[in-house]
Structure formats: structure tokens, C-alpha cells
Write a protein that binds this ligand. Sequence first.
Ligand code: ZN
Length: 168
Amino acid sequence: MPLDTPPQPALVGFKGSIAEPCVLHPEVVATYPYADSLPPRLWKKIDSWEDAEARRAERRDQDEEPPTYHHDLSIPQGFRVGGFPSWRTTDPRAVNCEVCAAPMNLLLTLDSYEWSGADSSWMPIEEGNIAERQRDRCPTQLAFGRDGLLNIFACQADPGHPHRWSLQ
Ligand SMILES: [Zn+2]
């Protein structure tokens, strides 16, 4: 039987190390590779499309920014299982297993925020007005690095091999 008042940890390094009790509402989303990981020819096409969208929005005198691959279409913020890793603070790199040298896949991403200003297109519609609900950008109250994220990788060849991680 669960306790009415769960025990509190006696010593924690900082506030962002203690998770706020919350409910998980998983949903399936398609993700695409981090922009700097794309082949140059493909990135050039996407860049041209983004420029055309920006010009179109300017002609229409739209207040709303047109979508961009990086912020709106490739990798959402928030806690995720699988998909493609974000490389916000470093250049993309291959992650290989330290035991067998096999390539590793992204297993899990733990993020300090579920969305941000530039990435607000990933905000769940149910969350309503973003300005009024800033606290919900981080419902777990967990922080990784300086408002960053933690990528955890698993070996493709043997899931029993030690995980590796990247703080971004
Ligand atoms: Zn391995």
C-alpha cells in the first residue's frame, strides 16, 4: 500500500534533482535527424524551403513565424523514448558501445523542458496559452545541466552492455 506521504530524500545536490510527482501522457510523434546530421544536399533543399516559407509569410504580413525544420519538425523537446538525439551544445557524433564498438541507438531523452519559445509548436494543444502556463514547460521540475537534456544511448548489438550518455 502506498504511503500517504512519501519519504523525502535526506540530501540532494540541487532543486532540479527532485522530480515533482506528475502523470505521464505518452503520445507517438515522428522525429527526424538533427539538422546538422543531414546530408548537405538534403539540408540545402530544406534551407531553400524555409527561405521560401519566410518570404511567403512576409508577403502575407503574417505575425506568426513560419515553421522551421530545426524547431518545429525534427526533434521535439521533452521526455522521449527512442527517436533521434538532439545535439544542442556539441556537434553531432557517432556513439559506439564501449564493450563491442557497435553503434548505439538513442534509448531515452530526459529534458529540462517540454517546450520553449522557439519550439512552442510542440506544446500540447491541451496546455492552452503558453504565456499563462510557463510552469508547465517543466512539469517534472527536473533539470539537466543548464536547462539542457540528457540523452541515454543503448547498444544495438547487446542491450546488456552499459549505456552511454550525452548531456546537451
Ligand atoms: Zn555493445
